[in-house]
Design a protein around this ligand. Structure first.
Ligand SMILES: Cc1cc2nc3c(=O)[nH]c(=O)nc-3n(C[C@H](O)[C@H](O)[C@H](O)COP(=O)(O)OP(=O)(O)OC[C@H]3O[C@@H](n4cnc5c(N)ncnc54)[C@H](O)[C@@H]3O)c2cc1C
Length: 363
């Protein structure tokens, strides 16, 4: 055997959970999306991390769809969009961008209430038969849910700035018999589910049930214990139960309490609470989603929406036609700001991925 072949990197089919543990979980590159836990019956969520609970026959699927193993964006873009991005497409490939507001936003909606409105539209039109959403408990711990009614989708509106293994709830959705699953989440979660969906595997393990991916913009996410202990309780003296909303606006991380008082710090001052597994991530705008939604680029009470695929475009057109959302153009200044943030996340990724020795992620 030639030396090159002998020492070639193993393919994912030669990698099992051991490799995932060694390359992703132990070095704390794991983003805790919950994908390995959702699709493999031998992996469970234990002590707040993926854990192997049964014999691993080295099937390698967990390694294949993890967003932190290998991620060839050129290959993914070609499969999904039929081309790779141009150098000036800092927000990834999209067909249209608009600044959008839900006509009747859910009570807890973060910005334009658009993520919620699109999922409700998708459910009511039959594009999906459930939506996996990320709700919260009284103390702002994330709780992923399988929503099968518009009310359940609306109840989960609003941003929880803490890590959530929300993809794990796809397992519950499949167990419930859902055949067309919609999902809303952060870029890492969207990358993982798109990897699952596009993986060329001859057998069915749930990949065909992923029907819609609504991605959120995300600069970084936070560790629950560190954010609550260090910032909410430690710095602001607040009980998480007394928080009505978290938001990031104009460079400030803001906590609004139930009496309506705002407590804020500069966003840089929250760096110490950033989840370590966010380090190896370049993706600000959920570049592999059907439709991406974020606040940057739009004015208060609106969301910036990027329509990327046929599914995303059709869903948005249906929501517009039904009067569920209303749109206006995104300003050039707003779009430029979103692009700058995307570029700065990509730049941060370059240094972090080297520091954390994460290989195989090619933007
Ligand atoms: C961790 C995080 C960081 C973000 N950072 C940015 C940023 O830097 N710049 C920016 O422009 N926008 C950011 N966003 C997106 C922004 O906060 C709003 O989610 C987005 O503008 C959609 O607003 P909306 O009113 O349309 O959503 P809503 O209608 O309120 O719906 C929001 C949806 O987000 C889901 N969700 C909430 N929290 C989580 C979570 N932790 N994990 C997965 N899903 C969740 C819920 O299921 C809900 O369905 C971030 C979101 C998250 C979760």
């Amino acid at each position: 055997m030639a030396a090159k072949e002998k020492y070639a990197e193993p393919t994912y089919l030669e990698c099992g959970f051991g490799e995932l543990e060694h390359k992703v979980i132990s070095p704390e590159a794991c983003c805790r999306c919950g994908t390995c836990e959702a699709f493999c019956p031998r992996i469970e969520h234990k002590e707040n991390r993926p854990a192997l609970v049964d014999y691993d026959p080295l099937c390698g699927l967990c390694f294949a769809y993890c967003p932190r193993t290998f991620l060839d964006m050129g290959e993914m873009e070609t499969k999904l969009f039929g081309r790779t991005r141009n150098a000036d497409e800092a927000l990834g490939i999209y067909r249209k961008t608009v600044s959008v507001q839900a006509k009747v936003a859910a009570v807890r909606a973060q910005d334009g209430g658009v993520a919620t409105a699109l999922l409700v539209q998708a459910l009511q039109s039959g594009l999906i038969d459930c939506a996996v959403v990320t709700d919260r408990d009284e103390e702002w711990r994330t709780v992923a849910r399988v929503a099968t009614t518009a009310e359940e989708i609306k109840a989960a509106a609003g941003t929880k700035y803490t890590i959530s293994n929300s993809v794990f709830a796809l397992k519950a959705a499949m167990e419930k018999g859902c055949q067309k699953i919609g999902f809303v989440g952060t870029p890492c979660q969207i990358q993982a589910l798109r990897k699952v969906q596009l993986l060329e595997e001859p057998y069915e393990f749930g990949q065909k049930k992923i029907a819609l991916l609504v991605g959120l913009f995300c600069m970084e996410n936070f560790d629950y214990d560190e954010l609550m202990e260090g910032l909410v309780k430690g710095r602001f003296g607040l009980d998480p139960k007394d928080v009505s909303r978290f938001e990031i606006k104009k460079g400030m991380f803001r906590v609004i309490d139930k009496a309506g008082r705002a407590h804020e710090v500069k966003i840089e001052e929250t760096d110490e609470f950033t989840f370590k597994g966010c380090g190896p991530c370049f993706d600000f705008a959920s570049e592999l989603a059907d439709v991406s939604v974020g606040s940057v680029g739009s004015s208060e009470g609106r969301s910036t929406v990027l329509l990327r695929t046929d599914e995303g475009e059709k869903l948005y057109a249906a929501a517009l036609a039904a009067g569920a959302v209303q749109e206006k153009a995104v300003s050039e200044k707003g779009l430029a700001l979103a692009k700058r943030l995307a570029q700065s996340k990509a730049k941060r990724f370059e240094s972090k991925s080297e520091e954390m020795k994460v290989g195989g992620i090619n933007r």
